[in-house]
Design a protein around this ligand. Structure first.
Ligand SMILES: Nc1ncnc2c1ncn2[C@@H]1O[C@H](COP(=O)(O)OP(=O)(O)OP(=O)(O)O)[C@@H](O)[C@H]1O
Length: 561
């Protein structure tokens, strides 16, 4: 029976909703499992667009007025506009003042870190760094990884997925690890084991961010345990550091890791952990050759098969795979299932064998009925990928007024840390120029800039010297700027997955955040489609007299149960 629930409620129960759409996959197997893995996933990723089949069935939308602060007014009526609920500067300031409370309401689990089986030294370091309570996805992932399972970790943006894999790795590797017991692989005291973990990330920024997270937990005395191998940085210096420091963990981008591995400068055959952070992006067409090499070489010990493919010894001797993303298309589920050793899907409060997930009965594991749309081309809806506290709006304007609308939007929401996304690198500079000309500190960030320029810009943004970071898809994945309070789409994202990752740069770890899509009238249908695909409410708004005016009723979503 269809039941009307609010968007908020829908988001809260999002985890139990079925995968919405799955990517098409029908490719001939390549030469071996890893190659097959890539060939299946890569083309699919390029193919998902807003014109892909939408999904009806378990999720529908209806226009019911929601009995909350946001009311319905017709944008064409001047009189009714006056009545519109204004979300003005004062209210936003109040939101800022409530920050601590909102963070407390974030995705935290009841358990403490010590209940998860982490070693005492590691817990001590966590406490020193102010991490006292694990998030829900950390509570689910840490014990599962400690039991040596291959896992896919899926949880919404900003819910703490990095620590969810970092902590079990540091329980096993490096100076904070559990006291080795006899017979443990890699447990010989005082002996350098070579590279024991490889973490792959799709961008330099994300790679460096993960390095910093590892360094933070390891503490200043143990920095050499980790080595960054990101592209754009000096390769010979990286090679020297590998030789000199003999790190146990390397973190980098696919190109540089594959390059060093092919040159014989990075020996990873004995590696025990291979982490693919933003796995769906890493398995896209762009990275196929480098990822092929990584999957073929990292942790591929000869002789493990002698013990039988599923024996505990073979499992300990083979690498353990950890794959992470807020968005896990079915193509990834299928690829990992073909390849992995009884892999598990880890979500907040839930661990499910990947084997049991099918396109028609997808990642939901829910109380709701299986999808009534058994379309095998469906991909996971981004409902579970979006933080529940986010507010979404769209604002219609003419192309030539977009930058001015952005500026008014920033003022109306009194936003301090704004990320504005565009699709074309060439146009970023122009937007920065226009904003600066109107007295708003802005900077561009994109892949054509050098490593130094990129890190300087990011630093300036993080410390508040730059108010608006104008960027492209480079910054959509993984970038963690806790204070980011506003994301603006100056160009429409190409699909709902891109929308989710862009939107996820704000509202981190239970904080409030606003996402505003600034578009032209003919593009509104795309926003409506995104709204439907994501199961979120995206009412239209205007920025008038320094305030955000909601000019459309909030949609409610119907879920069949
Ligand atoms: N248990 C915790 N307590 C306090 N802060 C935490 C905890 N776990 C993670 N964080 C912080 O939350 C922020 C978001 O974490 P993280 O970047 O790992 O999220 P994510 O789920 O990987 O996001 P995305 O999908 O966007 O990559 C980081 O600043 C991290 O240090």
């Amino acid at each position: 029976m269809p039941a009307l629930i609010s968007t908020r409620l829908l988001l809260l129960v999002g985890e139990s909703l079925p995968i919405k759409r799955f990517l098409p996959t029908s490719r001939t197997a390549w030469l071996n499992s890893s190659v097959r893995f890539l060939s299946q996933v890569a083309p699919d990723h390029a193919s998902l667009t807003l014109s892909s089949p939408g999904f009806k069935g378990e999720t529908e939308t209806s226009y019911k007025t929601k009995s909350n602060k946001l009311k319905h007014w017709n944008s064409s009526s001047e009189a009714s506009k006056k009545k519109a609920k204004a979300i003005g500067i004062n209210e936003v300031k109040a939101v800022g003042a409530k920050k601590t409370q909102q963070i407390e309401l974030g995705p935290f689990a009841a358990k403490s870190f010590s209940e998860l089986g982490l070693p005492p030294l590691l817990i001590e370091r966590l406490e020193n760094e102010g991490f006292t309570v694990p998030t829900e996805v950390q509570s689910a992932a840490i014990p599962t990884i400690l039991k040596h399972n291959d896992v896919v970790i899926q949880s919404y943006t900003g819910s703490g997925k990095t620590l969810a894999y970092l902590l079990p790795i540091l329980s096993d590797i490096g100076p904070l690890r559990n006291k080795p017991s006899e017979g443990d692989i890699g447990a010989e005291p005082g002996k350098k084991m070579g590279i024991e973990a490889v973490v792959v990330a799709p961008s330099r920024e994300l790679g460096m961010q993960i390095v910093r997270e590892f360094e933070k937990i390891l503490g200043p005395a143990n920095k050499k345990v980790v080595q960054q191998l990101v592209g754009g940085a000096n390769r010979s210096r990286q090679e020297e550091a590998l030789k000199k420091n003999k790190p146990a963990i390397v973190i980098g981008t696919p190109g540089r890791i594959a390059e060093l591995s092919a040159a014989g400068k990075l020996q990873t055959h004995g590696c025990r952990f291979l982490v693919l952070d933003e796995v769906d992006e890493l398995l896209s067409f762009n990275f196929r050759e480098d990822m092929h090499r990584i999957l073929e070489h990292v942790g591929r010990k000869s002789g493990a098969a002698m013990h039988g493919p599923k024996s505990p010894i073979a499992r300990r001797a083979e690498r353990q795979m950890i794959m992470v993303s807020a968005t896990v298309p079915f193509s990834v589920v299928r690829a990992v299932r073909n390849w992995g050793c009884d892999p598990l899907l880890v979500q907040a409060k839930k661990v499910t064998p990947l084997e049991t997930i099918s396109p028609s009965q997808p990642v939901n594991l829910s109380r709701s009925a299986p999808s009534s749309n058994p379309n095998p081309n469906m991909v996971q809806g981004a409902i579970e990928s979006l933080p529940p506290a986010l507010k979404h709006y769209y604002c219609v304007t003419k192309l030539q007024h977009k930058v001015d609308t952005l500026r008014r939007c920033v003022h109306a929401l009194d936003a301090k840390f704004v990320i504005a996304f565009m699709n074309h690198t060439k146009q970023l500079k122009d937007v920065v120029f226009k904003l600066e000309a109107r007295g708003m500190k802005a900077a561009e960030l994109h892949g054509d800039l050098g490593k130094l320029a990129r890190s300087t810009t990011l630093k300036k943004f993080k410390n508040g010297e730059v108010r608006v970071l104008v960027t492209n898809e480079l910054s959509a994945r993984g970038l963690d700027v806790a204070e980011c309070d506003l994301v603006v789409n100056l160009d429409l994202p190409t699909d709902s997955i891109h929308y989710a990752h862009r939107a996820g740069r704000t509202g981190r770890l239970g904080r409030n955040g606003t996402v505003v899509t600034i578009c032209e009238e003919p593009e509104v249908f795309v926003v409506k489609k995104l709204q439907k695909q994501l199961g979120i409410s995206v009412p239209s708004c205007e920025f008038t007299e320094g305030k955000l005016l909601v000019t459309e009723e909030e949609k409610l979503t119907t879920v069949r149960s």
